[in-house]
Design a protein around this ligand. Structure first.
Ligand SMILES: [Mg+2]
Length: 237
């Protein structure tokens, strides 16, 4: 095969060496793990019921790639609750989400995505700093990671509690990594949605996109991640 026939994916792999960063920040849902239980789903439902008095679900909301806060905002906008009315009751809603997930955490049944433990072990044994950067609320995110048996790999996490936008979460994660490793430390994110790729670009970090969530390679590649792979198992070959 001549150079002109090489697929874009292969060109990416040639120029990007995934082990070169100093710190790695992993998204949770669709990247580290997939949950098929309804613990988080039901917690969002209960939060909307208690805080806003609305009996609705997140069914039909394009929630993949959205933060918890963004999911609630979209679901409430759909029933006509927005602006200040939404914002005033948001702290109550978020506290209900945390309370409900805490109360039902024993029912969280995460499926760990392919080769995640092996990739995390390789990074850890190479002295890399490992963290989580997720659109979950902090306590919810850690419950999932804990239930998946992955908690011990991570030194820190950045979540939606302090900032609504994913780029804000990613910015915090980069700052935290550089606080720990020095201001020149390089950071690589690993995520499964176009929002992850865009957020990494906004903070000038590299990103590996994985197709273990709901997005396929053509849906992620068009946002030009540094690498797009079917799953993290491809990092081990
Ligand atoms: Mg995700």
């Amino acid at each position: 095969m001549s150079d002109t026939q090489i697929q874009p994916d292969l060109l990416n792999k040639k120029s990007f060496r995934w082990m070169d960063a100093d710190a790695y920040l992993f998204d949770i849902d669709g990247t580290l793990l997939v949950t098929r239980d309804l613990v988080h789903w039901n917690a969002l439902h209960q939060a909307m019921f208690e805080a806003y008095g609305v009996d609705t679900t997140i069914e039909g909301i394009a929630y993949h790639g959205k933060t918890d806060l963004g999911i609630l905002r979209a679901a409430m906008e759909r029933v006509g609750i927005s602006g200040l009315t939404f914002d005033i009751k948001l702290p109550h809603a978020l506290s209900v989400v945390c309370r409900e997930v805490e109360a039902h955490k024993q029912w969280i049944r995460p499926e760990v995505c392919p080769a995640i433990p092996e990739v995390l072990e390789r990074l850890r044994s190479s002295g890399k700093l490992l963290g989580v950067a997720s659109g979950n609320l902090e306590s919810v995110g850690w419950h999932k990671v804990q239930a998946a048996g992955l908690r011990d790999f991570f030194s820190f996490g950045c979540f939606i509690d302090q900032t609504e936008m994913r780029a804000g979460i990613f910015r915090q994660a980069v700052e935290e990594a550089r606080k720990r490793l020095g201001e020149n430390a390089s950071v690589c994110f690993v995520g499964d949605t176009p929002e992850d790729v865009r957020a990494a670009r906004q903070v000038n970090a590299t990103i590996v996109a994985v197709c273990t969530g709901t997005f396929q390679s053509h849906e992620l590649n068009c946002h030009e991640p540094d690498l797009c792979i079917g799953s993290c198992a491809e990092l081990l070959v």
